[in-house]
Write a protein that binds this ligand. Structure first.
Ligand code: PMP
Length: 436
C-alpha cells in the first residue's frame, strides 16, 4: 500500500489529459494491460536511458520489447533513417532498400533464401502459417505451449476462452498445442494428422523463460522431414540477439521458414518471413509441394517500409560480427549477479536468471511443479504472484528503473555506468519492498 501510495504521489503527471478525458482505450496505446492506477508516460529516450513527460529519468531495461540491441536513437540508425526520410518515406512499388535489406538478412541467416517483408512479427507468423498450409496442402499447425507468436487468432488458439476474447470460435480445431521439449507429442501428431507445420521459438518460449535444446531442435527437424511437415522457427526474439545468425546458427538446425522482426527491422515496425525458395514461391502463385495450383494473398501498405529498411541495414551492420551480442550478454550476467546479491542482502525471495541478454525475475520459491527449468517457474510465479510483481515494478519505477513486469532486455548501451546505476536501482527498490 505504501509503494502504491508513493507511486501515485510521486509519478502522477499532469502531462497527458488522459485521466480527465480518456482517449486511449484501456489507457494505453499498445499492450492490453497497463500499470495501475496509471501508466508512466515517456517522452524521449537515448541509449539505455529514457525520460517521462515530467523529465524524470529511468534506466531503460525494456529496450523496445527487445527490439533495440544498440539502445534508443543510436547515431548510426538516426542518421540512416534521417537520410532515407529526405528521399521520401514511401514510394509505393518496389524500393531499392528492400533488396539491400533482404540480401543482408540472407547473408546473416542463410536459410532465408527467399524473403517476404511484413509490417510486424504478428503479421509474419500469420504469413508463415498461411504459406505452410498452401505449400503442403494440409490444414493443421502444431504449436508449442508457452511460445508466443503474436496476437492473431491462430497464435492465441487454446489460450483464451473464445466468447470473452473475441477469437474465432473455430480456431482451436486446426491448432494443436504440445508441451515444450516433448518430441513424442510432436511425433504422434505428425504421424496421425494432416500437419502443415510445427512452429516454435527455437530460443525458448516466453522471451527465453522456457528452455531450448539443440537436441530437441534437431529431433524436430528429423520428425518434420519424416512426415513432410515444415519446421518454422519464430526468431522474433532470438534473431540477432542470441547470435548474428540466430538460434538456428547456434544449434546448426536449418528451418524451412524463419520469422524475424524487432532487431531485424532495426527497432522499427517490420517483420519478415524467410525460407526455402520453392516454399516461399507460393506467394507468387505456381504449384504446391503436391503439384496443386496455389495462390497465397499477401499484401500490406507498410511491408518492407523504406525507413525500417534504413534502420535495419544500419543496425544489422553493427550486430553482424557477434561482439554486440557478447557485450549485451556480459552486461546481463553482471546485472543478474547484482540483482541476486541485492535480493540476498535484502532477504527477499527474489531471484534473477538470464538467457542471452534477456533477464527474468522470479518472485517466490521454485517448487516440484517446475520440472523443466527455473524459467518455467517465472511463468507460473508471474500468474500466482501478480500483485507482488506489480509492487516490485512500481518500486523499480520509483527508483528510476523500467523493465517489463517479470523480465527485461539489455543492449550495448548499458555497458558502463548505467549498469551500476541499474543495480543501485534494484537495491533501493528492494529496500522499499522490504518496508512493506
Ligand atoms: N513472435 C515472438 C516470439 C514475439 O516475441 C513477438 C512479439 N513480442 C511476436 C512474434 C509478435 O511480434 P510483433 O509484436 O512485432 O507483432
Amino acid at each position: 500500500a505504501r509503494i502504491e501510495a508513493d507511486y501515485t504521489a510521486g509519478l502522477r503527471r499532469a502531462g497527458p489529459r488522459e485521466e480527465a478525458e480518456p482517449v486511449l482505450a484501456g489507457g494505453v496505446a499498445h499492450h492490453s494491460w497497463r500499470m495501475s492506477p496509471f501508466p508512466v508516460v515517456f517522452a524521449r529516450g537515448s541509449g539505455g536511458e529514457k525520460w517521462d513527460v515530467a523529465g524524470r529519468r529511468y534506466i531503460d531495461l525494456w529496450m523496445g520489447h527487445g527490439s533495440l540491441m544498440l539502445g534508443n536513437a543510436h547515431p548510426a540508425v538516426v542518421e540512416a533513417v534521417a537520410k532515407q526520410m529526405q528521399l521520401g518515406q514511401h514510394l509505393g512499388g518496389a524500393h531499392v532498400m528492400q533488396y539491400a535489406w533482404a540480401e543482408r538478412i540472407r547473408e546473416l541467416v542463410p536459410s532465408c533464401e527467399y524473403i517476404r517483408f511484413t509490417a510486424s512479427g504478428t503479421e509474419a507468423t500469420l504469413l508463415a502459417l498461411r504459406v505452410a498450409r498452401a505449400w503442403t496442402g494440409r490444414p493443421r499447425i502444431v504449436r508449442v505451449d508457452g511460445h508466443f507468436h503474436g496476437w492473431h487468432d491462430e497464435a492465441l488458439a487454446h489460450a483464451l476462452p473464445k466468447k470473452q476474447s473475441g477469437l474465432n470460435p473455430g480456431v482451436d480445431e486446426f491448432i494443436t498445442l504440445v508441451p515444450p521439449l516433448d518430441t513424442g507429442a510432436v511425433l504422434d501428431e505428425l504421424a496421425e494428422r494432416d500437419v502443415a507445420a510445427i512452429i516454435l521459438e527455437p530460443g525458448g518460449g516466453s522471451a527465453g523463460s522456457l528452455p531450448w535444446s539443440t537436441q530437441y531442435l534437431a529431433t524436430l527437424r528429423r520428425i518434420a522431414d519424416l512426415h513432410g511437415a515444415l519446421l518454422i522457427f519464430d526468431e522474433v526474439i532470438s534473431g540477432f540477439r542470441y547470435a548474428p545468425g540466430g538460434v538456428q546458427a547456434l544449434a546448426g538446425v536449418r528451418p524451412d521458414l524463419t520469422v524475424l522482426a524487432k532487431i531485424a527491422a532495426g527497432g522499427m515496425p517490420g517483420g519478415l518471413v524467410g525460407g526455402r525458395r520453392e516454399v516461399l514461391s507460393v506467394v507468387s502463385g505456381g504449384l504446391s509441394a503436391v503439384n496443386e495450383p496455389v495462390h497465397v494473398v499477401h499484401a500490406g501498405t507498410f511491408n518492407g517500409f523504406p525507413l525500417s529498411a534504413a534502420a535495419a541495414l544500419a543496425t544489422l551492420d553493427l550486430v553482424a560480427d557477434g561482439t554486440t551480442q557478447a557485450t549485451a550478454e556480459r552486461v546481463t550476467c553482471t546485472l543478474v549477479a547484482g540483482i541476486n546479491a541485492a535480493a540476498e542482502a535484502a532477504d527477499l525471495d527474489v531471484r534473477a536468471i538470464h538467457q542471452s541478454s534477456i533477464f527474468h525475475l522470479l518472485i517466490g520459491a521454485l517448487d516440484a511443479g517446475d520440472p523443466i527449468s527455473p524459467g518455467t517457474a517465472a511463468i507460473r510465479l508471474l500468474r500466482e504472484r501478480a500483485a507482488d510483481y506489480a509492487t516490485l515494478r512500481r518500486a523499480l519505477l520509483l527508483e528510476g528503473v523500467d523493465c517489463h513486469m517479470s523480465h527485461g532486455w539489455l543492449s550495448i548501451a548499458h555497458d558502463g555506468p548505467l549498469l551500476d546505476e541499474a543495480i543501485g536501482g534494484f537495491e533501493r527498490a528492494f529496500a522499499r519492498v522490504r518496508e512493506l
